[in-house]
Design a protein around this ligand. Structure first.
Ligand SMILES: [Zn+2]
Length: 349
């Protein structure tokens, strides 16, 4: 059979095929037209939206509840009754977080840090510090069992003293009178309201200046033979960072087991090594690296160096402890340049 013949047969067969195709299209169209006009009482699908309060009862009268998504459920709410299918739209409700308005009390537990407590309450760590005077100088002064005041909003808690006025507080904490009066729980009718001495005023958005903690260190002459640092630092201890560097804690805390080694982060000359309160540092060592840098190691369990001693980078100078005031064994580590605390993370490898 030649190619021309095959094409001819194919063409001959196409005519009835095309006809059948056209007919089927018409049939489908007619069927659709018929179905769309037909009424099927036994398959009447109606979307019925049930009023919110019918489904969630009294809760829904609460303005704090909002419908975030209307979910169509097909379980028990899908009922086939009287030959009709009912789809019920059930609103999925989420309770809006109710803002706290009162000051709460939190009892400090083992392992707590100001940062951790702050994040638990959705606050800035400074707020915890600025509403608890014992933490103002050093958040490491947290002690197990301490009761902390937790403000409902970020800001400062101020105890009124003689001479305070709303405008003096606004100036002191770098905010405005309206913010203080606007905080309902302060119970202040307006900007001219008198302040009661001894009462506590929440200053929303208020800030306190940072006062660097003084360190008692050796200030005498440093011998020419004093070891000098390389300017690069190594980690002073192994463990996990339990408190980062932040405005109120210009140091890092490295949590580890009591007795684990604390090493000189760079070579230098020991200018302080001792115990005592020292503003909450407890047993601590300060090394002068001879290049403008000093490093401080606090809360030590034991100290292996003495003032006036040279230390090499990596040399063990003490052991991690829980001295001073702290909620668990950790090393409080500071790097200061010309006496000003720097973020150790920018210097550590
Ligand atoms: Zn610390």
């Amino acid at each position: 059979m030649g190619r021309a013949r095959q094409v001819a047969i194919f063409q001959d067969q196409m005519t009835p095929l095309r006809l059948a195709g056209h007919l089927s299209v018409l049939l489908v169209a007619a069927t659709i037209l018929f179905l769309s006009q037909a009424d099927f009482p036994d398959l009447d699908i109606a979307l019925r939206t049930v009023p919110n309060n019918a489904l969630t009862g009294t809760e829904n009268s609460d303005q704090n509840l909002r419908v975030v998504n209307a979910v169509t459920v097909l379980d028990q709410n899908l009922s086939i009754s009287n030959d009709s299918l009912q789809r019920v739209a059930v609103p999925f409700t989420v309770a809006k977080e109710r803002g706290r308005t009162a000051i709460e009390t939190y009892r400090v537990e083992a392992g707590d840090t100001v940062l951790g407590i702050a994040s638990r309450f959705g606050l800035q760590p400074e707020t915890i510090q600025w509403s608890n005077t014992t933490l103002e100088r050093n958040p490491d002064l947290l002690q197990i069992g301490d009761e902390l005041k937790i403000l409902p909003v970020d800001g400062v808690l101020h105890t009124v003293v003689a001479g305070d006025t709303l405008s003096s507080l606004a100036t002191k904490y770098k905010t405005d009178v309206g913010a203080i009066v606007g905080y309902g729980n302060n119970g202040l009718a307006d900007a001219s309201a008198a302040l009661i001495i001894g009462s506590e005023i929440v200053v929303p958005g208020g800030i306190k200046p940072y006062i660097p903690q003084a360190v008692v260190a050796y200030s005498g002459p440093i011998p020419a033979s004093a070891a000098r640092g390389s300017g690069t630092f190594s980690w002073p201890a192994s463990g996990s960072v339990t408190q980062q560097y932040w405005n109120g804690h210009r140091a890092i805390d490295i949590g580890s087991w009591t007795g684990s080694p604390v090493k000189a982060t760079d070579s230098g000359y020991v200018i302080a090594a001792g115990g005592g309160w020292n503003g909450g540092y407890g047993n601590h060592v300060i090394i002068d690296h001879g290049n403008g840098f000093t490093t401080l190691y606090a809360h030590l369990n034991s100290i292996y160096v003495r003032p006036g001693e040279n230390v090499a980078r990596g040399q063990q100078i003490g052991a991690i402890g829980n001295t001073g005031n702290s909620t668990g064994p950790h090393l409080h580590f500071e790097i200061r340049y010309q006496g000003v605390p720097r973020n150790p993370f920018t210097y550590l490898p």
